[in-house]
Design a protein around this ligand. Structure first.
Ligand code: FMN
Length: 161
């Protein structure tokens, strides 16, 4: 059984649309899903999950403060997220508006937790994670789905190894 938490912040719906695509794809891969806006998510969800996929709009080249707070609050479960799989997705206004700096900030938090972060050499889910400019187009939606599949596959491999 693979438990996947998809948690996101979204003011105008773009990141939420990506989160829904990711959750759908992970469910199709057989995972048990919790899809939550960040205000409804808690450290219990983080501990429950085998794969944690976090999404944020790009705000000044960084994650939204709501997501940053969620990450900071996870200090209470430091040590309990080790060896879980982490992945990130972001939505920006401009295609060079800081998507990768924002994703990297999220991946850094996973690393501090001792989690496993998967890159993507063929970019089915984006090299660093899934990205969209504004409302996700077909390519961005496909990358969201690809990212979800990679996370479920990697969790499955870790569980069987
Ligand atoms: C406070 C604020 C800061 C933003 N900063 C950036 C930025 O640095 N780079 C960028 O490309 N877009 C920036 N944007 C645009 C959002 O990232 C973009 O509209 C995104 O798609 C919003 O996602 P959402 O619909 O999930 O809220 C900013 C928007 C806001 C409200």
């Amino acid at each position: 059984m693979v438990n996947v938490l998809v948690v996101y912040y979204s003011r105008t719906g773009n990141t939420r649309t990506m989160a829904e695509a990711i959750a759908d794809a992970a469910q199709e891969e057989g995972a048990v899903i919790r899809l939550k806006g960040v205000d409804d998510a808690s450290n219990y969800d983080l501990v429950w999950a085998d794969g944690i996929i976090i999404g944020s709009p790009v705000y000044f080249g960084l994650p939204a403060s709501e997501i940053k707070k969620f990450i900071e609050d996870s200090i209470s479960v430091r040590g309990q997220l080790e060896n879980k799989v982490g992945a990130a997705f972001v939505s920006s206004g401009h295609r060079a508006g800081g998507r990768e700096t924002t994703i990297m900030a999220l991946l850094q938090a996973f690393i501090v937790h001792g989690m496993v972060v998967c890159g993507d050499p063929i970019s089915s889910g984006g090299h660093f994670g899934a990205v969209a400019t504004g409302a996700p187009d077909d390519q961005a939606s496909q990358e969201c789905r690809g990212l979800a599949k990679k996370v479920v596959l990697l969790v499955t491999k870790l569980q069987s190894g």
